[in-house]
Ligand binder design. Structure first.
Ligand code: URA
Length: 240
C-alpha cells in the first residue's frame, strides 16, 4: 500500500512527522535508490526499499523504550550540529535508531522518554492527546499565589494563550521559591516563557513526570527500560 513517505519514516521510529519532512527536504531519503526531496511523495514500504542516510528502514525492528533522567548540558537531539553532547550519549549503543519523545532544553533536566516506536512517539506528542508533563521550577524571589493564579488561568504568550496549568507552591527556601507546574501542551520553552510572562526568573527547571511516569529510582544521568505494563499505559494515553 502506498503511503506518504514522511508517514512511513515516522512510523518506523526514525523521527517525528515534522522531522521526517525535514529529512526528505534535506535529500537524506531515497526510494529504490533514488533520492526523493518532494514532500507528499508516496512509497510502498513493503515493495520498495526506503533508506534514510543510506540505511534501509526496518519496520520490524524490535521496539525499545527508555526512561532517562537527563542532566543539564545534554541536548535532546540525535545529532547536534555543533557537536555538543546529546541525550543518546547517555544510553547504551545497541544499534537501535532511537529518538527522544519531545524535548527538554539543554539546561532543563529530568524525565525524557526515548524510543524507536514512532507510532507511540507521534501519539504521545499529538496535542489532542493532552499528555501531562510536570515540572519543578526554582524561582528567584518570593512568588505569590496571586501570580501563580495567572498561570492557573492560562497566560498570553507570543504564540497564543496557554491552557490552564495546575500549579502548586511547594516551598520557599531562602531567596528561592519552589513551584510545581503541570501542563499538557508542548510548546518550545513553554514553562520558562510562562514564568517569564509573570515576571519570574527561573533558576532551574526539572521535569519530574511525563505521561504518568516518574523519575523514581532513576538518578541524574541514569536510565531504565520501561516495563511492558508501562508501555501498555503509554499506548492507552496515546490513543493507540
Ligand atoms: N518548558 C521549558 O521551558 N523547557 C523545557 O525544557 C520544557 C518545558
Amino acid at each position: 500500500m502506498e503511503e506518504r513517505l514522511q508517514k512511513i519514516i515516522s512510523q518506523a521510529g526514525i523521527a517525528s512527522r515534522r522531522a521526517s519532512e525535514k529529512l526528505i527536504q534535506a535529500g537524506r531519503v531515497s526510494v529504490d535508490g533514488k533520492i526523493v526531496t518532494e514532500l507528499g511523495s508516496k512509497a510502498d514500504a513493503v515493495k520498495q526499499v526506503i533508506r534514510v542516510d543510506g540505511k534501509p528502514i526496518g519496520a520490524s525492528e524490535q521496539k525499545v523504550y527508555f526512561l532517562l533522567n537527563k542532566p543539564k548540558g545534554y541536548f535532546s537531539t540525535v545529532k547536534d550540529e555543533r557537536g555538543r553532547r546529546t541525550v543518546l550519549d547517555l544510553l547504551p549503543k545497541a544499534g537501535h535508531r532511537v529518538y527522544p519523545v519531545g524535548r527538554l532544553d539543554g539546561n532543563t533536566e529530568g524525565l525524557l522518554l526515548i524510543t524507536n516506536d514512532g507510532k507511540l512517539m507521534n501519539g504521545l506528542l499529538h496535542p489532542c492527546r493532552e499528555v501531562e508533563k510536570t515540572y519543578v521550577a526554582k524561582i528567584a524571589g518570593m512568588v505569590t499565589e496571586e501570580l501563580l493564579d495567572r498561570l492557573r488561568q492560562g497566560i498570553c504568550l507570543e504564540d497564543g494563550m496557554t491552557a490552564p496549568a495546575r500549579v502548586r507552591l511547594l516551598a520557599r527556601e531562602g531567596k528561592l521559591s519552589r513551584v510545581e507546574i503541570t501542563i499538557h501542551e508542548g510548546r518550545n520553552r513553554q514553562v520558562r516563557r510562562m514564568f517569564a510572562a509573570i515576571g519570574c526568573d527561573v533558576k532551574s527547571l526539572r521535569r519530574i513526570a511525563f505521561a504518568g511516569l516518574s523519575l523514581e529510582g532513576v538518578g541524574r544521568g541514569q536510565h531504565r527500560e520501561l516495563t511492558g505494563e508501562e508501555v501498555a499505559g503509554l499506548y492507552h494515553l496515546a490513543g493507540l
